[in-house]
Design a protein around this ligand. Structure first.
Ligand code: NAD
Length: 424
């Protein structure tokens, strides 16, 4: 008789879920069958895709994978990026599972992508690739199976193309299968800006900002923002609108500094015109290396660029009291340890950046029910959910005496435990 495989260790699970998860597992252990379930993806489908690019036919590696089909149909992005591979997609899908667990969303984790530089394809090439991706994975995709959404290198326009392709293949409408579509094509209003809106709902609740029902004033607060794309720029605009001073903001090219506060609207206009921060010219604004975003004295640092931005040396040098992890995994494990020793609060990614996935979930509900939502309804529902999760996060952190980063994982483990209890 074959020997059964050894039970997976918490360390094996940490490969995909990270050290915050294993720290939480020490406090709230999961039984062996649950750990086994979490030790790797349930489905990995790798395909060689051929499509017609602008410069002729091209063949690329593509993936779709699922991790944790437990709360409901899996959900995950489609990434077009040269760095896409199976390991990083697996970690991405595991993070989506955690995010769904923490935020009470009825989905498992999924991720997919193509190892390609979309900027080199041209618009027609990107559309052809989006069609080829959906055609290849049509049997896996569906509102009750695996729901696609935009990620790095894909956008609302490509989601519309994917949705049309799937409908044509199925010979029926399947709006719940593809999220992140433009509002005129089955998407919900308010997806743009949902991540920043959700982040403010979380921050207001955690910090008990303000006393009334309206947005809390941030007068006098100073903020540095790393990454000025879709999420970072909308966060900065809202913060400035509430009276905060954005004293530093970085994109991939440079960091802009102004102790009196950057002209945020001018930055947004400059980015919309396709100009990098390194070329920004404005009275009172100085241009420096992008890493200098970590140096100013500021109340908050908002990380909205890439994962791993705050490592141990940067964590030791930061002069802020609170780090907002808009980028997934913005603070690495070593950075986490240093910030905890220094008493710097980290507001964890799986809660603070969940506004996007939450609104994406609303779109799935609209696709299934056919009952549309107004922008006001989307905003109100998002606010309610994010505030509720933030309240539970704060209570868990206080009760367990752990940082918010570990408390978030405790919330996820609690929900996973309940869902996986019956497994043997
Ligand atoms: P984006 O591509 O629109 O913007 C990324 C920004 O980061 C750009 O301004 C880029 O120039 C900048 N950047 C890249 N490398 C940098 C560096 N080393 N230093 C400083 N700036 C750098 O991406 P986005 O949609 O705004 O997402 C930002 C991050 O937030 C990503 O990690 C993403 O996974 C995460 N996130 C985004 C959303 C969302 O709704 N957009 C939701 C959840 C999580």
């Amino acid at each position: 008789m074959a020997t059964p495989p050894p039970d997976p260790t918490p360390e094996a699970v940490a490969r995909w879920f990270g050290s915050r998860f294993t720290r939480a597992l020490d406090l709230a252990p999961l039984p062996a069958p649950a750990l086994r379930f979490l030790s790797g993806p349930s489905l990995v489908c790798r395909t060689r895709l051929s499509f017609a690019g602008d410069s002729g036919s091209q063949t690329v590696d593509a993936w779709r994978l699922r991790f944790g089909e437990v709360f409901g149909p899996c959900k995950g992005g489609v990434r077009f990026h040269p760095g896409v591979d199976e390991a990083n997609l697996t970690a991405l899908a595991a993070r989506i599972l955690l995010k769904c667990a923490v935020n009470g969303l009825p989905h498992g984790g999924a991720a997919g992508g193509v190892a390609v530089d979309p900027r080199k394809l041209g618009a027609a090439g990107r559309v052809a690739l989006a069609r080829a991706y959906v055609t290849a994975y049509a049997d896996l995709i569906g509102g009750d199976r695996d729901i696609l959404s935009p990620d790095v290198g894909t956008d609302a326009g490509l989601m519309a193309v994917m949705s049309e392709t799937l409908d044509a293949l199925r010979r029926r409408f399947e709006p719940a299968a593809i999220n992140g579509k433009p509002p005129g094509r089955g998407g919900v209003p308010g997806r743009h800006g949902a991540t920043a809106r959700g982040a403010f709902a979380v921050l207001d609740t955690l910090l008990e900002n303000g006393t009334g029902p309206g947005p809390a004033a941030l007068t006098g607060l100073t903020i540095a923002v790393q990454g000025f794309g879709a999420a970072g720029s909308t966060f900065a605009v809202e913060a400035a609108r509430r009276g905060a001073r954005i004293v530093a903001a970085a994109d991939a090219s440079a960091c802009l500094h102004a102790a009196a506060g950057l002209p945020v609207d001018a930055l947004v206009a400059s980015k919309a015109g396709g100009r990098a921060f390194s070329t920004f010219d404005h009275p009172g604004v100085t241009v420096a290396a992008r890493e200098t975003v970590f140096t100013p004295q500021a109340d908050w640092l908002v990380c909205a660029a890439l994962g791993g931005a705050v490592d141990a040396p940067i964590a030791a040098a930061l002069r802020c009291g609170l780090v907002v992890e808009i980028a997934n995994g913005a603070v690495d494990d070593a950075g986490d340890a240093v910030l905890q020793t220094r008493g710097v609060t980290v507001v964890p990614d799986v809660v603070v950046n969940a506004g996007g996935i939450t609104v994406s979930h609303f779109e799935w509900v609209v696709g299934r029910t056919g009952a549309p939502l107004t922008a006001e309804e989307v905003a109100a529902r998002l606010d309610l959910r994010m505030r509720e999760t933030a309240r539970r996060l704060r209570e868990t952190a206080t009760a367990a005496g752990v940082p918010l980063t570990v408390a978030a994982q405790l919330l996820a483990i609690d929900r996973l435990h309940a869902a996986l209890e019956s497994r043997t």
